[in-house]
Write a protein that binds this ligand. Sequence first.
Ligand code: MG
Length: 213
Amino acid sequence: MLPGRHGAGVFDELQLQALPCESEWDGSIAYLDRDGVLNTGSPDYINDVGELKVMTGVPEAVGALRRAGFRVCVVTNQSPIGRGLWTDKRLATIHDELEAQLLQADVDAVLDLILYSPHVPWAGSPFRKPEPGMLMAARQLLESSGSIDGFDIEAEFNEARSAMVGDRRSDLRAGKNHGVRVFHAPEQIGLPAVVNRVLDADDEGDDIMSAPV
Ligand SMILES: [Mg+2]
């Protein structure tokens, strides 16, 4: 059981684009849920590229994170794949469009990595939020140079400035389980509501219970 990765095999070498800032990457990662954080969420999933609506100010918020030295990684549960409703290929068209819309509005709004969990909730996957496996996997991919053989989900890490942003309690649990600050993105506003807090290393983040189930 492994996460899916947009545009590549999950263990393939990750070619990172340079960060739009002066300093070297310090290991900080902004882990972002997708629906309700970047684009408007839906209780019935985002099933088609036509249903993707990037929320106001999101491209600039993603750009601001990278200009401040964060790598940006989307971690999204996509159980429709495991339920047999649609395929990885359908999801890839949605993620291509998401990347295009972000870049069109802000040239720095690069998504360094998109991981998704295709697993159904009852499969017990360590790579489905609220489990922290996707965040662990992302960390190892972002740190690696070259392809890797597998994920060590017990690996040690130092991500003092990292953060997980999500609209649901399961997102915040995943972040807490991974050991990073967590921020609740409110409905209909998403990432722009909390991006300045994420950028403030002294902000300790939100409580898990601040987000709806
Ligand atoms: Mg969400």
